[in-house]
Design a protein around this ligand. Structure first.
Ligand code: NAP
Length: 445
């Protein structure tokens, strides 16, 4: 058993690695700039969390105290124009602190360094560049195993999946697995990495400032030159996961609408490729999330009563005309509209219909998750929850949308201004309704 420090625990890889290390019997300390972002994670109580910024040598040194293996899973890519310089500086601070603290090993996950460079770029050459994608659960298998590998093995290893593909192949494979119509790929000479990244920023949730360095890196082939790691971490019986299976696994949970179940589930996720709360919105499938939270001057019980009775004749606590219009539009395109109302004005069960939603999960007193059954170019959920903090009762609300194709992305952007109004007002009105209910509660004035 090793004492491990996981940096970047709020990130995509770090957030998935923590439960894997715990399951393997290691002790885990997480380093985060904002520890509160880890508060609701199912594994939080089984880890120690320290607050530290990688650029602050004394904070990093404190975080590394008594640590055997430190996972360096930090990058600031796209954070600013000087991210490469900042990343290098933070890595140097960390390496120096680790040496001072007597850390046995640092595990760093990088990208495959190109062995060749294209002398001239004539077309958007990157769609023909070769790459060797690896499933995140295979990456996690290697990272987890590395906590137990003898300290004298100290070098870089190439890791990659079993398929070597062009990016064009990957797009076609993805479309096939996702059940999308087959894609025709037309090379456009004018599509430089800069223009490509602007396009990516427009039609996907990946911001173009993050897309830019990614697209830039696609110009080079990224293929493993060796598979020496197998001598220390043997390949699993069926071999590494193929690209097709990795996409299938990643899409499966979203297709089954299990995505949100995982986020609030109290159990440790069993499949590290499931979308997790720590994933950036754009990882593991495109997700747009509108988050709201407000402190409520009422007890959690009163707030829950308001949440549990939402919809139907009780309404949606914001812009009733806009909701009616949305219902009407839904009926015009063959959807159910708002006509279903509610089975019971105050109580809910999983499976109940509420207007154009379906109750997907109810944790009494804590959480209501609704899955949209209106006609949409994607999947949508509305999640309303109650939590207690030192400051009192807190109402949280998340509207989540998983777009299907370009139409889905365009839909989300088109309705965003309306969402701003509708979802912005809901928390205020729900909080006010809970406060009114509180006053009416027996024993209150
Ligand atoms: N994801 C991939 O497919 C992939 C592939 C190859 C290599 N990698 C490498 O794996 C590592 C992790 O990637 P990821 O996808 O998990 O990244 P990510 O989701 O963007 O997470 C980055 C993490 O870095 C933390 N961070 C940034 N600046 C920090 C600072 N100054 N001090 C402390 N923490 C800081 C962030 O914390 P905050 O929450 O505070 O911002 C976040 O937890 C990176 O080095 C990346 O290059 C990733």
């Amino acid at each position: 058993m090793a004492r491990c420090l996981v940096t970047g625990a709020t990130g995509y890889i770090g957030g998935r690695l923590v439960p894997e290390l715990l399951a393997a019997g290691h002790e885990v300390r997480c380093m985060a700039r904002s520890p509160e972002r880890l508060r609701d994670l199912p594994w939080r109580e089984r880890t120690e969390v320290v607050k530290a910024d990688a650029a602050d040598a004394s904070q990093v040194l404190a975080a590394l105290e008594d640590i055997d293996v430190a996972y360096y899973l930090i990058h600031t890519m796209g954070g600013s124009r000087h991210f490469a310089h900042q990343d290098r500086q933070a890595a140097e601070v960390f390496a120096t602190a680790a040496r001072l603290a007597g850390v046995r090993r640092i595990v760093y996950l990088g990208g495959l360094a190109p062995r060749e460079r294209l002398p001239v770029m004539t077309t958007p050459r990157w769609v023909a560049s070769l790459t060797q994608p690896i499933a995140v659960r295979d990456v996690l298998r290697y990272l987890t195993a590395w906590a137990s590998v003898p300290g004298e093995i100290n070098r870089a290893f190439d890791i990659g999946g079993p398929d070597v593909l062009t990016y064009a192949d990957m797009m076609r494979e993805y479309a096939a697995v996702a059940g999308l119509p087959s894609r025709v790929i037309i090379p456009v000479r004018a599509l430089t990495p800069r223009l490509s990244s602007l396009w990516v920023g427009l039609v996907t949730p990946v911001p173009s400032r993050i897309a830019r360095p990614l697209v830039e890196s696609l110009r080079n082939n990224a293929v493993c030159a060796e598979h020496d790691i197998a001598a220390h971490v043997p390949d699993p019986d069926g071999g590494l996961i193929s690209f097709r299976d990795a996409v299938r696994l990643a899409l499966k949970k979203i297709k089954e609408a299990d995505v949100a179940t995982r986020w609030s589930s109290a159990s440790t996720p069993d499949a590290p490729s499931d979308p997790l709360p720590t994933d950036p919105g754009w990882a593991g499938g495109s997700l747009y999330i509108d988050r709201r939270a407000i402190r409520v001057r009422a007890s959690p019980e009163s707030l829950w009563q308001v949440i549990e009775s939402i919809g139907g004749d009780n309404g949606w606590y914001s812009l009733p005309t806009a909701w009616r219009l949305r219902g009407l539009l839904d009926r015009l395109v063959g959807g159910v509209g708002l006509r279903r109302g509610r089975r019971d004005p105050n109580r809910l069960r999983v499976g109940d219909a509420i207007d154009f939603w379906r109750v997907e999960d109810v944790i009494p007193g804590r959480l209501l998750r609704l899955r949209a059954e209106m006609r949409l170019p994607g999947l949508a959920w509305l999640e309303l929850s109650v939590s207690r903090s030192d400051a009192g009762t807190v109402y949280r609300q998340r509207a989540i949308f998983h777009p299907h194709g370009l139409a889905g992305h365009l839909y989300w952007w088109a309705v965003s201004p309306f969402h701003g109004l509708i979802f912005g007002r809901m928390p205020l009105n729900v909080a006010a309704a809970a406060a009114r209910r509180e006053v009416r509660r027996p024993g209150r004035s």
